[in-house]
Design a protein around this ligand. Sequence first.
Ligand code: SF4
Length: 247
Amino acid sequence: MARRPSAFILQKRRKPWKISQSAVAHSFQKNWRIEVKHQYPLIYRKLYGHYGPQNWWPADTPFEMMIGAILVQNTSWRNAEKAINRLKPFLEPRKLDDLPEEKIAELIRPSGYYNIKARRIRSFLSWFKTYAYDLDRIKEREKAALREELLNVKGIGPETADAILVYAFEKPVFIVDAYARRIFHRIGYDMPASYDRFRVLVEEQFPPDAQIFNEFHALLVEHGKTHCRTVPLCGGCPLADICQKRK
Ligand code: SF4
């Protein structure tokens, strides 16, 4: 591995007294990116110590959780919750499956994109039906194969699939969302743009324990709402001592 030369060697080679300081700084940034060691378990411990257990997902049943994961796409949890409350009398797989798509769309109107989401709920129910709506049967499936199946359901992307995997089927998966991207970036971590590379990078540092990934996602959401907001509130932040506060 190439070693970073000392400032003295660099000065001798480039004769910096003949070039501007900003050119030296630029050269350093270009050639010698400063690597920050990623320590996701440390972040987890600090957030857990500060906020405590989050007891997610906020739903009465795993089925409600899965429908909620579709309803919250492209909207706030508050709007998704309004739709869930209207849907409550039908929140059992067979009952919901018996409803016409138009009726589902009408009930979930507060979540926005209701026609598209009603179609997605229908696609999801068709898949769920292939297992006779039996959660335990699905849980027996191996994580990667189950993830692949969920991603093949129309309208279920990686974030929704992973939320369902963690919170309904208790599989150890890290959920990459806007909060995780924002918090890790501000701390100083250069994360991959690719969803799956980001996910694997984090998963590699933890034991395959669904409860940890359940808590970690919930803690990052809580932190993104409490301190690391769009405009961050860094005072009293539990990550302040390890954070570069990058823009
Ligand atoms: S110190 Fe500020 S920028 Fe860094 S994680 Fe905390 S709130 Fe976010």
